[in-house]
Ligand binder design. Structure first.
Ligand code: OAD
Length: 262
């Protein structure tokens, strides 16, 4: 398909879905998971840190690691990709933003009602009674490479507080997942941005959109298995590609984002 009909189709879209992954926050300095040199899973073993049994075995190791990540996210700022998605939402009749990210950079860029499929660093809860835990307002105090930190205790039942993220082997939050599937199956245009599309069930949303007949657009720095399935693969950094696309399709709604891009 040549560029013009694809851009025109985007301009006519009534409902756009954007699925984001770690790559969308990479230009904010938040590491991805699977990039060979810099990804978190290149340095850390997910089986020691991101499973229910890892937490049972060594809660202070796991809590300390997530506090280290929470501190890093708190000192990061949204980038031009986050802002371009906010601008896109302002330009189209309806936009559903679905993220696998546990940071709050979409919200801090002005996006509302973000569906967090893998939970949020800022929403820990009791591992026993599941009551939400209110984090202290000050940023977490952590050393540069992280350290063991004993998790706080639940005010209600005394159980240990756990990070508010979805670990390997756990179910996604069901209400958010249902809304994500519903949106993917009814949208006109679907973007998957900065995700390796290797983690299920999140990656299957792109296939739901393909089957539903939506225009599908991938934005990624590197090739992925999705290249062969989506209609359009835009190769490049999300913080450059998305502001350019939003400006081209919806007429410069993201001028601020482009100027602030690093
Ligand atoms: P990955 O680390 O698997 O993939 C990140 C993707 O972003 C890669 O395909 C990179 O090529 C791409 N990328 C990096 N920088 C980019 C940039 N500036 N612009 C565009 N693309 C860029 O991260 P996810 O796909 O998000 O789950 O991983 C999915 C899940 O796996 C995560 O939510 C996490 C992880 O294990 C849990 O923790 C449950």
């Amino acid at each position: 398909m040549d560029a013009a009909p694809y851009l025109a189709a985007l301009r006519d879209a009534r409902h756009v879905v954007v699925l984001t992954g770690a790559g969308v926050s990479a230009e904010s300095g938040v590491p991805t998971f699977r990039d060979r040199q810099t990804g978190l899973w290149a340095t850390f073993d997910p089986m020691q840190l991101a499973t229910p049994s890892a937490y049972e075995r060594d809660p202070s190791l796991v809590w300390g690691w997530y506090e280290w990540r929470r501190a890093a996210v708190q000192s990061a700022q949204p980038n031009a990709a986050h802002r371009a998605i906010t601008a896109m939402a302002a330009a189209v009749p309806r936009l559903t933003l679905i993220t696998q990210n546990v940071d709050d950079l979409h919200e801090r860029a002005g996006s509302a009602s973000v569906l967090h499929l893998h939970g949020e660093l800022g929403r820990p809860y009791c591992a026993v009674c599941r009551r939400a835990y209110a984090l202290p307002p000050d940023p977490p105090r952590v050393v540069p490479d992280g350290e063991r930190i004993e998790p706080p205790r639940c005010e209600s039942c005394g159980g240990r507080i756990r990070p508010g993220v979805v670990w390997f082997g756990e179910a996604l939050p069901q209400a958010q997942w249902r809304r994500a599937v519903d949106a993917a199956s009814r949208c006109d245009a679907f973007f998957c941005v900065g995700t390796s599309s290797l983690v299920q069930p999140a990656a299957s949303l792109t296939d739901v959109a393909i089957r539903a007949g939506a225009i599908t657009i991938q934005v990624n720095l590197s090739p992925t298995d999705m290249d062969a399935r989506v209609a359009h693969s835009l190769r490049g950094a999300a913080g450059s590609v998305l502001p350019g696309l939003v400006s081209e399709v919806w007429g410069g709604g993201n001028r601020g984002g482009q100027h602030r891009a690093r």
